[in-house]
Design a protein around this ligand. Structure first.
Ligand SMILES: [Mn+2]
Length: 196
């Protein structure tokens, strides 16, 4: 079964997440940041991953630690659930629109963390959520998942749309890259490994 549970506890946050790569998008996400919850639900719904999240953190300071640590833990869930990454398509991408906004997410589950964020966002808030935390989440996710992740804005102005479509594009890129392909024999690398 391609699933994983990751628990992480520090003086700043306490997070537990369970991921099933071969789910149907069933989720139960609880975080202290409603917009973050809304975004993580998108990952499940549009990636068709089953996901349970319990996150607590020092949001009396701000949402930074909770957002970063949840991104990292979810990335670790993917890393663990993929095991040695045998038989997966490895690459995934999605270019998705949401009204005015259009964002491209390209992804390599090749085991080498790298992060490119070409989605400039102003210092502003969506509800109580600091918009700049979107980048923090994606960076931490790439680190946890040991993946190469590029997020590039193509157009758009509405901040809610830009951030939300970024999460949906990540979901779709992950959905593509994590699929098992019967024609992929072994680990999809001429090097023979994706985890060393
Ligand atoms: Mn929304």
């Amino acid at each position: 079964m391609r699933a994983a549970t990751v628990r992480r506890e520090t003086k700043e946050t306490r997070i537990e997440a369970t991921l099933d790569l071969d789910g149907t998008g069933v989720h139960d996400v609880q975080t202290p940041l409603p917009f973050l919850t809304h975004m993580v639900e998108q990952l499940s719904r549009h990636g068709l991953f089953d996901l349970e999240v319990r996150a607590e953190g020092d949001t009396q300071i701000d949402g930074h630690h909770t957002t970063e640590d949840l991104g990292f833990v979810l990335g670790q869930c993917f890393h663990q659930a993929l095991g040695d990454r045998r038989g997966i398509r490895r690459y995934g991408f999605a270019v998705l629109p949401m009204d005015d906004a259009r964002v491209a997410c390209t992804l390599d589950l090749g085991g080498r963390p790298f992060f490119v964020w070409e989605l400039p966002l102003p210092k502003a808030k969506i509800g109580d959520f600091d918009v700049e935390l979107a980048e923090v989440f994606f960076e931490a996710f790439a680190r946890g998942a040991l993946c190469n992740l590029h997020v590039v804005k193509e157009r758009g102005d509405n901040l809610h749309h830009l951030v939300e479509i970024s999460f949906k594009a990540l979901a779709k890129a992950l959905e593509a890259a994590t699929r098992l392909d019967p024609r992929v024999v072994g680990v999809p690398s001429t090097k023979g490994t994706l985890t060393e």
